[in-house]
Design a protein around this ligand. Structure first.
Ligand SMILES: [Ca+2]
Ligand SMILES: [Ca+2]
Ligand SMILES: [Ca+2]
Length: 115
């Protein structure tokens, strides 16, 4: 994967974390995530993308993200928010929980799609 796509992931995650709508994402970012190209981001598409982003961030493939691994993508506040048990590691469960919350927050009408 190219660096560009990884950076796209970071920008996307940051955007969702601040509860913006997909409409505010750049067109290229949405295209990278909207795998069926219907202009909406379903939970499945979001999950597939967040899974991909986790793998890309987890440099040593140990299933958790240290601050050094997450640093290019999450700022310290986002990292601390995601690290729910404050052990300075973001586990896959913590990451998934945060992504889930972010999706729900962004899905303001609760239809399971971001549009
Ligand atoms: Ca879609
Ligand atoms: Ca790791
Ligand atoms: Ca943790």
């Amino acid at each position: 994967m190219t660096r560009g796509i990884i950076i796209t992931a970071a920008v996307f995650l940051a955007s969702v974390a601040s509860a913006q709508t997909v409409a505010e994402l750049h067109e290229n970012e949405l295209k990278a995530i909207d795998s069926n190209n219907d202009g909406f981001l379903s939970k499945d598409e979001f999950n597939a993308f967040s899974d991909y982003a986790f793998q890309e961030m987890d440099d040593d493939k140990n299933g958790t993200l240290g601050q050094d691994e997450a640093k290019p993508f999450l700022d310290i506040k986002q990292f601390q928010k995601t690290d729910r048990n404050n052990d300075n590691l973001v586990s896959r469960a913590e990451y998934d929980a945060q992504m889930n919350d972010d999706f729900s927050a962004a899905d303001q009408d609760g239809n399971g799609q971001l549009d």
